[in-house]
Design a protein around this ligand. Structure first.
Ligand SMILES: *Cc1c(COP(=O)(O)O)cnc(C)c1O
Length: 381
């Protein structure tokens, strides 16, 4: 059954509930529990996969199969590796692929830790070039680059670039291509099908969706490049605990339910916000008139659970967040409980003071929209 669920032929919900499950064994559980082991019995020669817990763990193996089946259903030759966090996964690609003297192209409007990564890459003698996500601006920086890093939709601005077009241009110049697929999830976008060499993501967000696990992964098609990523994981030891890996796998069973519910409500919320005079800069790639929609509709299957918008002032945004009852003022996104934050409080993103990143959860849509509209009214007083 797990083999057939990996086929392209089944729907996303079917694939999600069966993803990565081992063949049924009489008296064994459907999803085997977490294997807590620093080392495994290893008499004599070093053979087989499980020897030491920093290198391999059976709980990771099941999870890696699950993520691989969702990122690249039916695609042969895809390898998936799980990490302690999204940043561990991102760093493993960048630092395993790049050497002093190489050039890398990064987005200048991506995840807020990328500027720190940039400084570290530069300290190692790697040339870093940056351009915005919108309008495929990274296209102009590819000559002589070794790696192109794409984040689409971008966090928090929700701009989208054309993965297929950028990947073709990068490959024509001999550069590898990595896509940060965190916001879309593998049910929203399949970067490897669009031509990327790596799909990298934080599993901390909507993939696991309960705000209680930190996780990351890299799925890739290039065996040599993936061997280097695996080696990097071993060197830095940025590995997930067995409990986290198991919780993530358990959560993936409901991925399609959560994503469909949260993303539909995100669109409903975006439509409700469109009618509000105090809301500017409203962004949701699923809105037909959003600047991202045209490209998004060509390469995405679902548009995410994040809505971004700007309120007139910092104080107004703070009062709005304070007035919300069903939405926690917290960072991160993708969880079943709605969260929102004034992104400017971190100081890392180039956003207006009143910019709000809103992550839509699994609440009843009418309750959530009513709470938001009430909080907007209250924050005006
Ligand atoms: C959160 C996030 C990361 C980092 O993931 P962690 O699990 O927090 O390390 C990377 N990229 C994007 C787009 C993110 O939203």
């Amino acid at each position: 059954m797990s083999d057939s669920a990996a086929d392209k032929g089944v729907g996303d919900g079917t694939r999600a509930v069966r993803a990565g499950l081992p063949e049924p064994v009489k008296h064994e559980p459907t999803l085997p529990g977490p294997v807590f082991a620093a080392h495994f019995h290893l008499p004599g020669e070093v053979t087989g996969p499980y020897a030491y817990g920093r290198d391999e763990n059976p709980t990771w193996t099941h999870l890696e199969r699950a993520i691989g089946e969702l990122e690249a259903p039916g695609q042969a030759g895809v390898e998936t590796l799980v990490f302690a966090s999204g940043m561990a996964a991102i760093s493993s690609v960048l630092f395993s692929q790049l050497r002093a003297g190489d050039a890398v192209v990064l987005p200048d409007d991506g995840y807020q830790v990328l500027p720190l990564v940039r400084a570290q890459l530069e300290a190692y003698g790697i040339e870093v070039r940056t351009a915005p996500t919108a309008g495929d601006a990274q296209l102009d920086l590819l000559d002589g680059a070794k790696l192109l890093w794409i984040e689409t939709p971008s966090n928090p601005g929700l701009d989208v670039c054309d993965v297929r077009r950028l990947a073709e241009a990068a490959h024509a110049r001999g550069a590898l291509v990595a896509v940060d697929n965190t916001l879309a999830t593998p049910l929203g976008q399949r970067p490897l099908e669009l031509g990327a060499d790596f799909s990298v993501a934080s599993g901390t967000k909507q993939l696991t969706g309960h705000g209680d696990v930190l996780l990351g992964y890299v799925a890739g098609t290039d065996a040599t490049a993936m061997a280097a990523v695996r080696r990097w994981r071993k060197i830095v030891g940025a590995i997930p605990g067995p409990m986290e890996a198991w919780l993530a796998h358990r959560s993936i069973a409901t991925l399609q339910l959560r994503v469909d519910r949260q993303n539909a409500t995100a669109r409903t919320l975006a439509e409700a916000l469109r009618g509000r005079a105090e809301v500017t800069g409203l962004r949701y790639p699923g809105l037909p008139d959003d600047p991202s929609h045209k490209i998004a509709s060509q390469q995405m299957r679902r548009y995410g659970c994040v809505v971004s918008f700007t309120l007139p002032t910092r104080t107004r945004a703070e009062r709005f967040l304070d007035a919300l009852r069903l939405v926690d003022d917290a960072t991160s996104f993708g969880g079943v409980r709605s969260t929102a934050e004034r992104r400017g409080r971190w100081g890392g993103d180039a956003v207006p003071e009143g910019f709000v990143r809103f992550s839509v959860g699994a609440e009843d849509p009418e309750d959530l929209v009513a709470d938001v509209l009430r909080a907007l009214d209250e924050s005006a007083r």
